[in-house]
Design a protein around this ligand. Structure first.
Ligand code: NAD
Length: 353
């Protein structure tokens, strides 16, 4: 029996996670589900945001379904919340050796009116998968502040070795192959040596995937194109820093963070699945959060970790149908739509499965 580690975390985490588990139950797939504490919830019991028990649970599971962690920004200096996100998420990435992050930015047709872009820019639909390298680049190089010639100076070192780049590029090609065979590799190869190496390696690997068309795009142009013509993109692969920024820009397109799932993988294919947004303390415990991102994260888990493509699509289609029926949680609600709670929205999804 396959085991799923469920880490609900803080804020809206537990309430949207319980909805995803209702959907999993309804599919009756026979998984073993085991819960672990993380974030502020773990701190209350263990005085640690990522206790050994949780690490052990993740390492002995077949996949991790993660909610979100963190407290209200105003309380971020309290011991319970101080560095909570970094202590939980960076530690998880390190423990599970999660090298790449996949973030889809999909615009649901029935939600075109809540996208911040004009209808004429998105009428062809938007369905982009962004793959971001997670363990290299400027975040992990040396960070320094010092005085030089009487001036305050700061440096951050960006570093990549070829193995780190290869893992991300292979993931990019494989993901593109499972979609529309169109891969855009995003870099800043006109200036940065890390990007020149990135581009060289992408070109070296390309012949292994003859079905896929590889295009290179500079990151500044990509930022502009994602807003001006998002329909041109299918799969994007990029380095850690550029991926952080580009995927947040793309995440604005669907209209709410509550719609955005994500997945992270190790080189061996172990997967962690989570909403792109945070713990949303402003709306926690009110039964108003949108559970879609968590439920779509479950669908990604079924697709990538357990090869249950049919059930993944079943969930995605049930969400589309629920939206077409006019059901809306508060974050995506407009005029004549039916405003429903987190739980009622999930009940409608389950009825549509
Ligand atoms: P946030 O993503 O939690 O919230 C931003 C806005 O989006 C809020 O208005 C929130 O209500 C809304 N939102 C997010 N998810 C929603 C959903 N499912 N349904 C409806 N609305 C939703 O970001 P923030 O407010 O900057 O951070 C809050 C806390 O979350 C902080 O402690 C931060 O450190 C943490 N955080 C955690 C993660 C994570 O666990 N992966 C990611 C980002 C932020």
């Amino acid at each position: 029996m396959k085991k799923i580690a469920v880490l609900s975390g803080d804020g809206i985490g537990p309430e949207v996670m319980s909805q995803a588990l209702r959907v999993l139950d309804a599919l009756d797939l026979g998984f073993k589900v085991e819960h672990g504490l993380i974030g502020g919830a773990a701190y209350d019991k263990y005085k640690s945001h990522f206790p050994d028990e949780t690490r052990e649970l993740c390492l002995t599971s077949d996949a991790v379904l993660f909610g979100s962690v963190g407290g209200p920004i105003v309380d971020s200096q309290l011991p319970k919340w101080h560095r909570c996100e970094a202590n939980s998420i960076l530690a998880l990435r390190k423990a599970l050796k999660l090298n790449v992050n996949l973030r889809p930015a999909t615009l649901f047709k029935s939600l075109i009116s809540i996208s911040p872009l004009k209808p004429e820019l998105i009428e062809q639909g938007v369905d982009i998968m962004i793959i971001r390298e997670l363990l290299g680049d400027i975040y992990f190089g040396e960070h320094k502040q010092f005085i030089e010639n009487g001036l305050r100076v700061a440096t951050d070192v960006a570093r990549y070795d070829e193995d780190q780049i290869k893992i991300a590029i292979h993931q990019g090609f494989k993901t593109a192959m499972a979609r529309n065979n169109k891969l855009v590799s995003v870099d800043k190869a006109n200036v940065l040596d890390t990007s020149k190496l990135w581009r060289t390696i992408a070109n070296e690997i390309a012949p292994e995937y003859p079905e896929v068309t590889l295009e290179h795009m500079l990151v500044d142009n990509c930022a502009m194109q994602i807003i001006l013509n998002p329909a041109q993109f299918d799969t994007i692969v990029t380095a850690n820093l550029f991926g952080d920024i580009i995927s947040d820009a793309a995440s604005a397109l669907p209209g709410s963070l509550g719609l955005m799932p994500s997945a992270s993988f190790s080189a061996e294919g172990f997967g962690l699945y989570e909403p792109s947004g945070g713990s949303a303390p402003d709306i926690a415990n009110k039964d108003i959060a949108n559970p879609t991102a968590q439920i779509l994260s479950l669908a990604l888990m079924l697709r990538y970790s357990f090869k249950l493509e049919k059930q993944a699509q079943q969930i995605e289609k049930a969400i589309i149908k629920t939206l077409e029926q006019g059901m809306r949680t508060r974050d995506i609600h407009q005029h004549n739509d039916t405003l429903v709670s987190t739980q009622k929205f999930t009940t409608a999804i389950i009825n549509n499965l």
